[in-house]
Design a protein around this ligand. Sequence first.
Ligand SMILES: [Ca+2]
Ligand SMILES: [Ca+2]
Ligand SMILES: [Ca+2]
Length: 272
Amino acid sequence: MAARIGGGFIWPFGERYVISQPMPKFSTLIAAVLWLIAGMIKSDAQTTLVFTNTFDVALPDQIQPGTALITGVQGYAGLGPTGNQFGNSFLRSATANLVTLTLSNLPPHRTLGLSMLFAAIDSLDGTGTFPAGDFLAIGLDSNVIFRESFANASPEQIQSYVAPAGGELARHVDLGFTGPGGYYTDSAYNFGVDSRFQGLAHTNATAVLTFQMEGVGTQDINDESWAMDNLGVTVTDLLPLVITQIQNLNTNVMISWLAVPQTTYRVQYKLS
Ligand SMILES: [Ca+2]
Ligand SMILES: [Ca+2]
Ligand SMILES: [Ca+2]
């Protein structure tokens, strides 16, 4: 019953990693696979909430708001799923202003996740030349992890951001601030359901997240602005290990699973 550690080649295969190596004959394969699965279950991900804020009281020290201010949410109140709705106040910013969140003493982790409600307020103009060119850029330690344009002023404008199912809470409706009517309709999004904000490769004990509506189209706060509510950051020690395929190939067994890029995995088995 000696435990054995398998070597083998690991290479990227889309978002999956695949390992193919000699394994025991089929009679012992079931035991080997069970052992592998048991090992993977033991290394399930641990996710830790490291920051959360509803912007209903004074800002914590971790946020450097620039000129952004805690502001009543007006018509955004109640938008969002139960437990994650715009409420009371949020952090409202002019375009071009930089909002920074600095986190330190993070527990050991492999990935970072971000969740927030995003308010696109008044006549943001989407992709194009001035007054268009209004992009929300989110950075993580100087890497741009998100940059998409938002457009509210008229239906013809080009918005690059396409929300996943459940991500768009309102579009082209009057939710307050400048308006109603004219070019000043508003939109709301739940980034918490957008997978692009989850599983971000990150291992440092500090994290600097930046938020800025930038581009050639930035204008006065009474013309266009943005806000965030219910900001949350999590870190995870490993992605959940999910085996997507196991194939018996003559003398080899091929196992495929979801993996974190640049992470080394070791497949173990033992003879029954
Ligand atoms: Ca709030
Ligand atoms: Ca408005
Ligand atoms: Ca603009």
